[in-house]
Design a protein around this ligand. Sequence first.
Ligand code: THU
Length: 519
Amino acid sequence: MDSIKRVFLIVLDSLGAGELPDASDYGDKGSNTLRSISQSPQIFIPNLRKLGIGNIDGLGFLGTNENQQAAVCKLGELSKGKDSTIGHWEISGIISDSPLPTFPNGFPQEIIDKFSELTGRGVLCNKPYSGTQVIADYGEQHERTGDLIVYTSADSVFQIAAHENIVPIEKLYEYCEIARQILVGKYGVGRVIARPFVGSAGNYTRTSRRHDFSIEPPQKTILDSLKAAGRDVISVGKIKDLFAERGLTEMLATKNNADGMEKTAEAADRDFNGLCFVNLVDFDMVYGHRNNVDGYAAALSEFDKWLGEFLPKLRDDDILMITADHGCDPGDISTDHTREYIPLMIYGKLVSPINLGIRQTFSDIAATLAEIFGVNYTCAGESMLGELTDMKQHLCNQAKRALQKSYSPYSGYRVGAALLTGSGKIYTGCNIENSAFSPTICAERTAFAKAVSEGEKSFRMIAVAGGKGGIVTDIFPPCGVCRQVMREFCTQNFIILLAKDCGYEEYTLSQLLPNSFSI
Ligand code: THU
């Protein structure tokens, strides 16, 4: 589909959509970031609700929407781990078999020895530590000896703190490069971070010349393929760090969420041809890790407000995807990330607002991007583009699939129906015959019975496919009883798609049932 020119892929860092089936392996049973923040009085997200966030499987507490504007689903994570790097890599097509390593007891002696040998300096601390506390506790000794302060955290990081007067900033960056070269394989931490500081004992402060040296993605990502195909790949925020600046054509640095949103809006105002990949990190860094439920909810409400201004900026051939990279439930005891599904909303003029249910892997995003931009990129994900852009054909395909379940030993006619509701869900049905003949239920009525008994009240269209022995050659129009059932639950504009071997015929209910009876 080459009519889509720009895709905005916005990652709301840590906005998980509920526990994954293996959450207990990560100590995260029951976690649900969106549910926790939905309980805050600070939550006000009319635009996300308009898109259909509450129609995502399991997120009904956010408020369902009979007329969702976006395609929605939630995606599972095939990778091991629950951090930003692993999450963004999977979004971009890489499945990681092991999480990035963490060092709760400090780095092994062989690593420290090697680092000392190559830098010619001793090492202080070497354990998990708070960044401000570590310079308060070790700064003086560092100034005296010239030894480097090495520390880590719950994340996969190797951090080097040094006073700018003792270790000039360029030298510190050089030491980080050295560490980056040592920290490979099972010691391959996500990031080596330079943490320069200034001031005097009792008064040390960190400077803004922090610099991250990320591990490179171990395989080709969709970003690499898009760049190679001559597309623009714009990074907004920390995307560049997560991919070690690979596969990007432009990098826009951001200070915080507000700045990230502003830079994204600016990108939307200019012409580019490709992907604008945005990460808004405050959700995770400022609120999730600090278990600040109200702050998190207020930040999402801020995003929602911005979204209200951003949506009208989108052009007819743009697509917006809003998603996350993992959870960080601010309502649980731990301040750590949580192993959760990620929500996905896909919006655009060319997109059918369909509910794509629960999908296997974040990599479905990479596969979809590959198909959108027509690049050859293979990954574990499945493209959603077919369903997203041709809803009517998709519905006919679903009807054809449903007829395989037909129970029709008497007539031999196998019939399938696929009914699309206002909330984007599809209910399928088949004909179910009976030896007494009259209790036979048609495929359409099976689908309606399933939907109505699940509480559905609004219906957009139905596709019907049928034929002798299940071979669909020509249209299989609904019988009079089924038309009357449609009349019961639908308006006269309800669409009926009659599948053919190839393609379909389209009717409204008023065409198939004129002058109808209803009370
Ligand atoms: N059938 C349907 O499933 N839908 C219709 O609208 C027309 C008829 C089924 C009922 C029966 O099992 C078979 O087609 C032949 O009548």
